[in-house]
Design a binder for this molecule. Sequence first.
Ligand code: SF4
Ligand code: SF4
Ligand code: SF4
Length: 323
Amino acid sequence: MQEAMIKRAKELLADGTVNRVIGWKKGEFFYDATPAVFRTAEELDRQFIFDDFTQANVSKYLVKESRKDGKILAFLKPCDTYSFNQLVKEHRIIRENVYVVGVPGGPKLDIEKIKAKGITGVLSVKNENYTLKIETLYGTEEMPFYEAISGKCESCKSKKHVAYDELIGEDGEVLESNRFDMVEKLENMTAEERFNFWQNELSKCIRCNACRNVCPACTCENCVFDNPKSGVDNKAPADSFEEKMFHIIRAFHVAGRCTDCGECSRVCPQNIPLHLLNRKFIKDINSLYGEYQAGADTTTKAPLNDYNTDDCEPSIVHERGVE
Ligand code: SF4
Ligand code: SF4
Ligand code: SF4
């Protein structure tokens, strides 16, 4: 697949369809695949990668890139196309300045799950018939592929691209996902158990802002959390109120716009399952306003932006809260 993508990118650069390409290059380690912009065939040959670790969603970069001169080629996996559509709908990406090539999605791998098996000094990882052959400084190790699948791919909602100009490879289908199972477990807890769960998770937050910075729904030019007058700008939480405040406010800000891309949880250095908070909002919106998938298209109005007389009464939120 990597070779086919490089070949197509070179063709589109050569015929002038685009003047640059956004994809991934190796980071500090081979498993730190990092979004990157390529301007020449030589750069593509030297640096472009697409492998089991190219998880990052490049859609958010297109907010700025689509405002530069010339058209950019963006390689988007199925899940990334939902973020792309949502950003087009919000007039954050200028659609005509992007040439989207849809490429297959995962499952991608999470190096932390490999390290959690006590495998250190990892030099390379190869998938051979769903067994990972892992070369390390200390010898060769093996583990089943499915045990190292990244969290966001474990609950994949769709293998279907919802936006593209052309595809490399086959398109897939929207999947029956298990993504709300854990949310249901949380709903079935008592209020005290649930509070303790979130208190425990959110108390680990160091306010590095990685979740906000990576989130395609967080593209405000001036974020409320960067306001020096707020008293909470870019600071580690001082007490349990501040620990929760950042997350709850951010979850409300992205409600109805979060595509469930899973990037926030993927980048959190403290492994906080932030996606569960956002999924709770998605599940509630589905049950209160009807099934809605943010980013599935660029035209439908989001339930929270679209008042009609069939909307649930505000009291339902209170009644659900005291159940
Ligand atoms: S990425 Fe994790 S540690 Fe960083 S601000 Fe977000 S929740 Fe906190
Ligand atoms: S809140 Fe998380 S899952 Fe939702 S769009 Fe942002 S990064 Fe993706
Ligand atoms: S947290 Fe709120 S204000 Fe900040 S970038 Fe996200 S949506 Fe915008």
